[in-house]
Design a protein around this ligand. Structure first.
Ligand code: EPZ
Length: 446
């Protein structure tokens, strides 16, 4: 029997652990893409909707996944990992209150509020709070749950939602989102799946992860139309049954790997990858001078000369905010100038200061960075300030002259499974260093 998936081991002193990257090596070969973190997390929450067991395949081995497993187990669920599959059993869900410390450490656990409310008729979930990239409000989630008939209060940092009336069942409604929030769209789809009657969500998010959730809910017996378009219709059902479902490939990890090939001026195959999930990114890579050769499972990116391009983050299918920082690392080494505008989050340019430490020539004005490409970045100790900024620093280190120490691995490990092992397998020179190792033991972990 596989061990239950819990992160009971004390966390690494990951604030001081770092990746030591010796730059300048060309890469070659193939990088395999794992399952999508931002899909797997919400699919795990959706399993709260059913008393039957659900098997999720192609689930990445990430600390965020362990955190969500801890959350589900705290509510009475069971989660077991068997290789890259999770067996989730929601039959024992006996609690509708999510613990503060788990929500505080993993924002995505706020996704549980929708299925808990639909399943139990009530839910108490702490506000996820902001993070370094922005305030991350949830008023669209709350507004939609109220439209579905829930009474919602927010007191002392906790969102308490309850469905009045004897049957304590949500009622279908028409909901118009003020902004195409991914999390709000997903939360409300899950809440509506067991509601009495039909729900229409307008101005819904179009991201592939929303479509992946809809596909799982349909596999569980839900009746959903329009996922991936601005109008999603959910006909509520009385109950949802078990399913065996594979998570889509992680488009953000795939994009990060393509950028690793581009920034080292190498040729790498990245697979599996669904081009339609990355259309804006692939277009910008070609505009910057990369050659893309598609095959039936992925694509090969080859790069010799990179020229600067302008980009502006947008909701899907526009350029994804999660690849803005990694792409800026590439532009810092391009010929010519680039203008990068971050529209989605209000504070997602913190990696600029770290790139400047490596010799990048970047000036910021409000939410826009003006990047003047330089011939070569120089290695330096740098700090990842969020998950994707940490990845951006790794990419910059691959191309830099000399050695780069990237701190902030607690962020990196949330979104990238075994990143250094994958990159070393195609020619990079990266070591994970844990200074807390006893003196005498090699500080350079294998
Ligand atoms: C999801 O976050 C992803 N996280 C994020 O990935 C991703 O960057 C983001 O979508 C945008 O694509 C997960 O899926 C776990 P939003 P989410 O609600 O759902 C504003 C990563 O690095 N907004 O679509 O929180 C909000 O302030 C992470 O993997 C409101 O104004 O994103 C933001 O500016 C980072 N009111 C914008 O919408 C609301 O009620 C997008 O937020 C909700 C959101």
């Amino acid at each position: 029997m596989a061990a239950a998936l819990t992160s009971s081991e004390p966390p690494l002193d990951s604030d001081r652990s770092f990746l030591r990257i010796r730059g300048g090596y060309p890469l070659s070969g193939e990088l395999r893409v794992s399952g999508a973190k931002n899909s797997a997390l919400v699919l795990m929450a959706a399993c709260l909707l059913s008393r039957d067991s659900i098997r999720l395949r192609n689930v990445p081995a990430l600390t965020d996944i362990n955190g969500m497993a801890d959350m589900l187990e705290s509510l009475g669920g069971r989660v077991e990992r068997h290789g890259d599959a999770l067996e989730l059993d929601g039959s024992g869900i006996n609690c509708s209150a999510a613990p503060y410390e788990l929500v505080n450490s993993l924002r995505a656990s706020f996704f549980c509020i929708g299925p808990l409310l639909a399943r139990m008729g009530m839910a108490r979930v702490p506000l996820p709070g902001g993070c370094k990239i922005g305030s991350r409000p949830v008023e669209e989630h709350v507004k939609g749950l109220k439209a579905l008939g829930a009474q919602v209060t927010i007191e002392h940092g906790v969102v308490t939602a309850a469905v009045p009336g004897p049957c304590r069942r949500l009622k279908g409604a028409r909901i118009v989102l003020d902004c195409p929030s991914v999390g709000a769209t997903e939360t409300l789809m899950m809440a509506a799946a067991l509601a009495d009657g039909e729900t229409v969500i307008e101005n819904a998010a179009l991201e592939p992860e929303v479509v992946d959730l809809a596909d799982l809910l349909v596999a569980m017996g839900s009746r959903i139309r329009g996922a991936g378009t601005p109008i999603i219709t959910i006909a509520g059902v009385d109950h949802l049954h078990g399913a065996d479902y594979a998570v889509i490939p992680d488009r953000i990890e795939a994009g990060t790997f393509l950028l690793a090939a581009a920034i080292t001026r190498s040729s790498l195959r990245v697979a599996p990858l669904i081009p339609a999930h990355l259309c804006a990114v692939l277009s910008k890579l070609e505009q910057a001078g990369c050659r893309l050769d598609h095959d039936d499972e992925g694509l090969t990116l080859s790069a010799e000369r990179i020229i600067g391009v302008d980009l502006r983050t947008q909701p899907f299918p526009g350029f994804p905010t999660d690849l803005q920082a990694p792409f800026m690392s590439l532009l810092a080494t391009a010929e010519g100038t680039s203008m990068v505008t971050e529209v989605i989050f209000e504070n997602r340019l913190q990696h600029v200061a770290e790139l400047q430490r490596m010799g990048a020539s970047i000036r910021t004005q409000g939410n826009t960075a003006f990047v003047e490409g330089v011939a070569r970045l120089s290695g330096a100790p740098v700090q990842g300030t969020d998950l994707r900024a940490s990845a951006a620093m790794v990419l910059a280190g691959l191309a830099a002259e000399g050695t780069t120490d990237v701190y902030g691995l607690d962020y990196l490990d949330r979104g990238y499974a075994n990143l250094e092992a994958k990159l070393n397998a195609v020619g990079a020179a990266i070591s994970r260093c844990d200074p807390t190792l006893k003196a005498g033991a090699s500080a350079l972990a294998a």
